[in-house]
Design a binder for this molecule. Sequence first.
Ligand code: ZN
Length: 87
Amino acid sequence: MTESWEKKLSCATQCNRCHQKLGQKDQRILSVYDHQAICMICKKAEEKRPDYEAVFRAEIGQCLIDTELAYGDPGGYCFYHFYPFTC
Ligand SMILES: [Zn+2]
């Protein structure tokens, strides 16, 4: 979780899972499994994984704690795991 995450992840030019190209206006979201930018189709698939709920809850909880401690602002990075965003 570095300061460069935003540039690296939010403006990813392709889905990290299926390698579909992502344009600047295409919505993307961060995977709760590997924190890479993925397309909405892959996110839907991820949500169907049997352990998704547990992983999601654990990751987001820890993310909020980590970023709040590190930056005093839990927004952005963590929320990008559950709100789609564009570049
Ligand atoms: Zn994809």
